[in-house]
Design a binder for this molecule. Sequence first.
Ligand code: GLU
Length: 447
Amino acid sequence: MTTLVRFAPSPTGQIHLGNTFIALVNWLHARKTGGDFLLRMDDTDVERSTVEYMEGIKADLTWLGLDWDRYEQQSLRTDRYDAAAEKLKQMGRLYPCYETPEELGLKRKAQLNAGRPPVYDRAALKLTDAERAAFEADGRKPHWRFKLDQVVVSWTDMTAGPQHYDLGSVSDPVLIRENGIPVYTLASVVDDGEMGVTDVIRGHDHLPNQAVQMQLLEALGFDQPKTAHLPLLMGMDGKPLSKRLDSNAVSGLRGLGFEPQAVTSLLLCLGQGDAPEPIITMDALVEAFDLGNFGRATPKFALDDMKTMNGRVLHALAYEAVADRLTDMGIEGGAAFWEVARNNVTFLTDAKEWWEVIKGPIEPQIDSDDVAFMMEASGLFPDGEVTGQTWDIWTKEVKEATGRKGKTLFKPLRLALTARDHGPELKDLLPLIGRDRCLARLTGDFA
Ligand code: GLU
């Protein structure tokens, strides 16, 4: 059977790293098994769901390289949920309840005071037709609860392991609210069942829902999917990542200049408990993925780790992968420039600094004591084309002529030639800076 997974965000906000992690694992599982990835907008909350958020989610997934084979939107499928609700009513598994939130609150309080768990007492099941009619005449609208089979539900989750949930100790869940809108539990089960989702991969926080959803799937005559409930991505303090922090949103990371591969590589490595390694292509990501490695440890995220990863991703990117963006930044140095610059950038925009160092003008940093040394060094600058060997040939000569070596030789030259005390190898930079600029800088000219 072909695997079908789904990523089902509620478009009530942007996707942040927590749900990006879930999206990534679903996508990788689909690709690894030759299956399909369904993107489903869980937009039954009409007041909070927006088209902008839906478009934003699609743009973020596209930027990350997570393409979808199928797209669905719950708000366009309400007739399916109504039909399922009707079926459950016919079977006696969906019953109307008329308690107000205040009444339910009082019941809960009384149960807790008596030392009992606050489980719904199913009082509505005992209502007579006349009592129901009286509520309706009073203008009360019912909410509808699913009558659970009060048994222990057991199954083996692919990442969380064996599970046992006693449905005798939980309240019958509300599936339809007073306003007639189905809640997520019903919509999700109908979709998973009708669309033929084979593997439900989502956050650990949904584990308690699973037992209820299994009974609902069964009642509606659907097959049971396999499940994988993944540990939630946490901050370094072990607490859930803030959804408000911009740098935890995919669009925020993008705005800060991160590469998509930095996000996907780091999330995969954190999830699998692997040492962080840059993984550049989607094929390589699929290759590195193993669902069996998830669930062992809580993945902890730090922005600094993402920065380190971003630099490593850039070091591994070929010129072709960044050429257009370098051109957009006004950098014309081509592949030769990228070869030199890429080991000295954390973000691609850092390349601009090295382009400015090469093209100039810069203000050479020359100590007043070193003026004579620079004159001598510039006199020894080899004739002919500046190549990858020029630096070694030249500094060897300067060393012999001046007696300087090590730091006292190299540091003043670097400061004069680049106006910085760090950066790419000078032997690589020299051919890009070129003879004229080198000689001018050694004599203190802005060049
Ligand atoms: N819309 C739900 C959420 O974002 C989906 C949960 C699920 O995967 O079943 O939490």
